[in-house]
Design a binder for this molecule. Sequence first.
Ligand code: ZN
Ligand code: ZN
Length: 364
Amino acid sequence: MRQRTLVALVLTALIAAALAAAYAMRGPLAVAGLGRLYERAFARDPYAGLPDGLHVGLCGAGAPLPDPTRAGPCVAVLAGRRLFVVDAGDGGVRNLALMNLPPPQVEAAFLTHFHSDHIDGLGELMLQRWAGGAWTTPLPIYGPTGVEQVVAGFQAAYALDRGYRIVHHGPKVMPPSGAGGEARAFTAGRDAPDVVLIDDPDLKVTAFPVDHHPAEPAVGYRFAYKGRVAVISGDTAPSPRLEAAARGADLLVHEGLAPNLVAVQRRAALAAGKANLAAILHDILSYHTTPEQAAAIAQRAGVRYLLFDHVIPPLPVAALDGPYLGRSRRIFSGTVRVGRDGDFVSLPAGETTIRRTGRLRTFR
Ligand SMILES: [Zn+2]
Ligand SMILES: [Zn+2]
């Protein structure tokens, strides 16, 4: 018995010593792990394991107010192996990388409108694509009229940075002709017809006008790839044009503002004497859609999966999902989800399945 106790004591001491040694070596061990992590990440095909099809990821599920689980508006669309981004909200580009949707592989960006929260990451998107991809042509940026002004502004703001990088790394690493973006403007009046922007054998991308007055023009986008369809609303009040575009879609990514929760925020702002914030929280009700309204639109359009983005107000705990959605789950018979950064919905070609995974990796 005494011998067994002795063995146990020795073993415990050995284990404690080993743990202490490992703890003391945690720095070098972490460096070794980091090396292996990079080796794997750089060698890996980012789309390995994904079926051919249409995939839609939320690189930013939030809106202007800070939300720790939601960056600014950003939707990634992967059609086969062609990567696109709809809107470039702050933090969205970093999320793209964390979702292993490499910014250098972005073929084109699409802007829904020019409110600051949808464009404040655009400089970073253009930079990351250029710096990581040695592109010799600028990023095509589709948008309704006004996109030229936005892109020109970013080009001007980034002109010094562009110069530093070309000098520092050389034109082979940073080809001067690939810096920045190239605006591809189209006309999208409220009563104008839908505009086809890409019409390839397997992929069709269409813009349609929505109602976000006084932010005009404002559009949503419809992506159709090998029989699967995803529609992205952009910012809008309930819109019949969006409903028409979403008819029969597999996935509708729709913005959603919950007035019941914004009212809570507004009352607190008033109580604290923050009249300006209270006024803004009142005004935003007029040009957004409530989750229940979006659910009714999705139901009428025959959509199969409704994913909320541009979530207003911020929802710091998951327990607020229910109050945010209200009666949405009773109104809409398909699947509903309050979006979070990293949500990734896959629509495999030639199938009817819809599968959601989380693609955000923070390595923590
Ligand atoms: Zn917005
Ligand atoms: Zn807006």
